[in-house]
Design a protein around this ligand. Sequence first.
Ligand SMILES: [Zn+2]
Length: 497
Amino acid sequence: MEIDKIDEFVRKKGFFWQSSEIYGGLAGFYDYGNNGTLLKRKFENVWRKYFLGLNENFVEIEPSNIMHKNVFAASGHLNNFVDPVAKCSKCGTQHRADHILEDFLKENFEGLTIEELKELIKKYNIKCPNCKGEFKEFYVLNMMFSINIGEKDKNAFMRPETAQGAFTNFMRQYNILRNRLPMGLAIIGKVFRNEISPRNLITRTREFTQAELQIFFDFEEIENISSWDEIKDYKIILNENKKNIEITCNNLVSNMKIPKFYVYYMSKIQKFYLDILKIPKEKFRFRKLSNEEKAFYNKIHFDIELDLLSLGGFKEVGGIHYRTDYDLKNHEKLSGKSQKVFLSDKKKKIIPHVIELSFGVDRNIYSLIEIFHKKDGERIFLNLPSPIVPFEIAVFPLVNKSGLDIEARKIFENLSGKFDAVFDHSGSIGKMYYREDERGTLYCITIDYGTKETGKVTLRDRNTKKQIFVKIEFLESILRNLLDGKIKFEEIGKIIK
Ligand SMILES: [Zn+2]
């Protein structure tokens, strides 16, 4: 689907649109509507449950969005977190130098130095896409938003990644959790980056949500995973030499020399996408970043990529980063507070190493909408998997009279505490069905003229539009079994012709 079509769909159907719209909009900022907010919350909850469930010593914390300048002096963001800019000499607009090249040559140029980018732009004689003017000025801009606290205290920044909140709280949390490694600190929250050229709806914005898990571990244990046997033959999907291949976890370790600790979490991430989010296998892959592409502090960096037709192919939606002891070491140096822990069983003091599992929540939401957007003639339905649908069920009366509405509301009230349910009575039955299809509601329940006599309602399946009569007294258990995947829709009863 084209990006314009997605834009129209998500705006009209209550998912997301540009912020401050009534004043002409603010580039790079987005508001989520009612359906988008529900979908995002569901994604975050599923993420939380899955990744915190990997280890009883993984917990969630919520650090503040604004942090001390020194946090980013230590992390390197103050000096190194920059965008390469090419400025048009005619119209004066600033462009991301690597994006200018990417649009022209259809290749990824992220990570090149400003000098290298300048050279290439000159070599291919690329002109300003706005006015065909020449690019003459090339420089870098820091991407952090600085802010004033009170009147003039400038020692603060909006955080450009959630990760630093995990590092600055490491020692306190280590003590609170009774000094055990590995320890995981998860953060789901907003981050802020002053992008030169925000674009592609919510996939590159100036304010976005990250879901990250920092896993602190003893470097000496990097090849020692107790449950390795569980995943050793599991096949990881990898982009190698511009082809997608499948390679077992064992072979990733022996052939590509990736540590077991790292590969273990790659397998968990892949299972999250394929088994929980139900992303088709051919649309998922990991891609190893080259030395030029990856951040200088990452020793190993694979991106998580999904195939997005609207954006021209596989795009990054997250990553798994071996940050070593880079962050804690630098915080120790600048703060003067020791980040060393004593491992009593090994009688040694170490600064833990860190593997970071990082996800762009908004990019994932965009991907889910694109990948699961299906057309069935004129009908559009979001084929979302049940754990992330905004609503599991919808209840409505066939018509809004003859007591059907009262009966329908009674059934809704009985189910609404047990399921994510919505009630509607605002139009023809066909329109109500379509509205639910468009936001992915799994099952619609309709109360009609016969309900009072037969005690039956109509249950309709989102994907197939098939309908079956169900007795009200069995409705709850049938829905529970359907949602848990214990029965198939066709097994409930006779399909209504
Ligand atoms: Zn221009």
